[in-house]
Design a binder for this molecule. Structure first.
Ligand code: AMP
Ligand code: ZN
Length: 136
């Protein structure tokens, strides 16, 4: 547990949440600033700052919980789909430093999240350059 962490406080009941799922290792609750109706956050009960810090077993537990909650939302809410989003570090928009996964319900044409994909693709050379760096 981390003292100043808002999600740790939710786990131990110090601050309230609208819980939609709980098991031994994980909880899921409604996001207080939802991108869309039913926007839910799934977290490990233990504090880890980013996905990189989660032991493999915890990654497994987290994504099993994500799948359960995704099925629940899809079944119970009238939605056409959902995005699963996981932000790591400030540059990627992570605000709460207790690793978590967003499930964001979507409906056709809602334009809630749009990936900004450039029209031009990368050249073969650019792809090879980055591949070389990653694989070195
Ligand atoms: P991120 O930008 O990935 O760190 O997302 C953190 C999310 O947590 C945001 O979407 C917030 O709206 C949400 N959030 C922050 N505090 C609470 C809270 N007390 N209960 C529910 N959701 C929260
Ligand atoms: Zn925490």
């Amino acid at each position: 547990m981390s003292e100043d962490c808002i999600f740790c406080k939710i786990v131990n009941g110090q601050i309230p949440s609208k819980k939609v799922f709980e098991n031994d290792t994980n909880i899921a609750f409604l996001d207080i600033r939802p991108i869309s109706t039913g926007h839910t956050v799934v977290i490990p009960k233990k504090h880890y700052s980013t996905i990189e810090k989660l032991p493999d077993e915890e990654v497994g537990n987290l994504f099993k919980a994500v799948k359960r909650v995704a099925l629940l939302l899809h079944e119970k809410l009238e939605i056409d789909g959902y995005n699963i989003v996981q932000n790591n570090y400030k540059a990627a928009g992570q605000v709460v430093e207790h690793s978590h996964v967003h499930i964001i319900p979507r409906n056709k044409g809602d334009r809630k999240i749009e990936l900004n994909v450039p029209k031009e693709g990368a050249s073969e050379e650019q792809l090879d350059q980055v591949l070389e760096k990653i694989m070195a």
